[in-house]
Design a protein around this ligand. Sequence first.
Ligand code: N01
Length: 483
Amino acid sequence: MTHHQVLIIGSGFAGIGMAIRLREAGVEDVVILERAASLGGTWQANRYPGCACDVESVLYSFSFAPNPGWTRTFATQPEIEAHLIHLAATHRITDRIRFGEDVRSAHWDAAHARWEVRTSTATWTAETLILATGALSDPMRPDIVGLESFDGPMFHTAEWDPTVSLDGRRVGIIGTGASAIQVIPAIQPQVAQLVVAQRTPPWVMPRWDRAIPERTRQRFARWPWTQQLARLAQYLRHEVLFLPFRHATLRRVAEAVIGLHLRLQVRDPALRARLRPRYGIGCKRLLLSDDFYPAMTRPNVTLETAAIRRILPDGIEMADGTHHRLDVLLLATGFRPTDPPLAPAVVGAAGRSLAEVWAGSPRAHLGCSVAGFPNLFLLNGPNTGLGHSSVLLMFEAQFAQILGVLAARRARGARSVAPTEAAQARYVRWLDAAHRTTVWQSGGCASWYLDRTGRNSTLWPYGVGRYRRLLGRVRPEEYAFDA
Ligand code: N01
């Protein structure tokens, strides 16, 4: 059994960033447990063709670790993964990561005021446990009749099999979310036929992705303030983009403007009608693409809007009886963010797990700690997701709050800290009230933002600035020390 001051689970942006911040604050004894064989979290797992970030690189990086070398306005997966590997190496984090450590359980040991964490290979203890396991880490396979009977290669976008060639094959893809609209244009030119099974059409706005010229990169490296200025401009643009999510009139304006993108890129009125969303913009994640609609107009692409009746060994059968023969089936069916996979395994002071306490609707004080779970912190926790900007900005606010709470614990000579029930309940009431007037609640769609109780337990209901201001200060009265 090895003991550490802080254990972090997960080596994506959240875990690496937290480790950097902790070490800068003088907490040296930090270890990251990672189930995969290399770091990067979602950017290590998702390797499908076309995989890229849909937030501009200049904003999708930490303020304390800018990267003047981004080659495109929207970085691709390999470039982001390489950036993270470089970040971990230059901040001496890589040697703090233990790979192949799949966490099976974590129990609060009140007698010793520490967490006991069991992984696939060992038992670890730590004063403080930080979950940086991501909201979108475990792929969701759809519950479709006959799915497992498919005879050919079939895989989820987050588990892409690079050994399967798609050249000249008949390929089916289920889903038209953020992952699908990146895969579709990337593979369309190489496949013989592509059948796209769409259940709900997404809102898609232009991305205007372009290469960043060498001279701009040199300028960013030489005068970092110029990159900070570009970052500030993007930050403000995204804060404006958020406004239609709360205000119905602005939403109608946004729908008219963004609807033009579909009109300009798809000339065939019948196809256009089938691609047009019928719910308020932003209710499901607003997507960005320059090449999804053009790909959908190509002769080798068939858009299927009938429901899927079943999967057969040789293809897919739609509710109207149409049968598409397929060689390969791709599942772009997303994740389960409202059922965090580790929740049943993390057991707090009262002997109950996070899953039991949450009962299908995750709640956390400020999104980063939970009453009854001493010395436990969450990154990218409940209600910290965004539909409009860079989640890394949210992580930075969480790092600040967590470091502040740890400093307050130390200053009091306390062994443990957790938010009080009252503070957490007050915060959650305020969140729920704030959500009532958002498009996610009233936009007329079914989305993974809402959990099975109908609560929005994934998204932050305001602009990023408000969250950063809220978490920028620790209010000790909201926490119980020696909880
Ligand atoms: O998953 P999704 P995703 N039968 O849940 C459909 C992030 N991300 O992997 O809309 C038929 O959005 C489902 O249909 P419907 C980003 O936060 C970021 O694409 O539920 N269809 C939908 O079309 C994103 O939001 C980037 O009716 C079924 C699709 O599958 C999140 O990841 C890139 C079905 C799932 O879409 C998830 O995106 C990629 C069924 N049984 C992803 N079940 C960046 O660029 C599901 N569907 C940063």
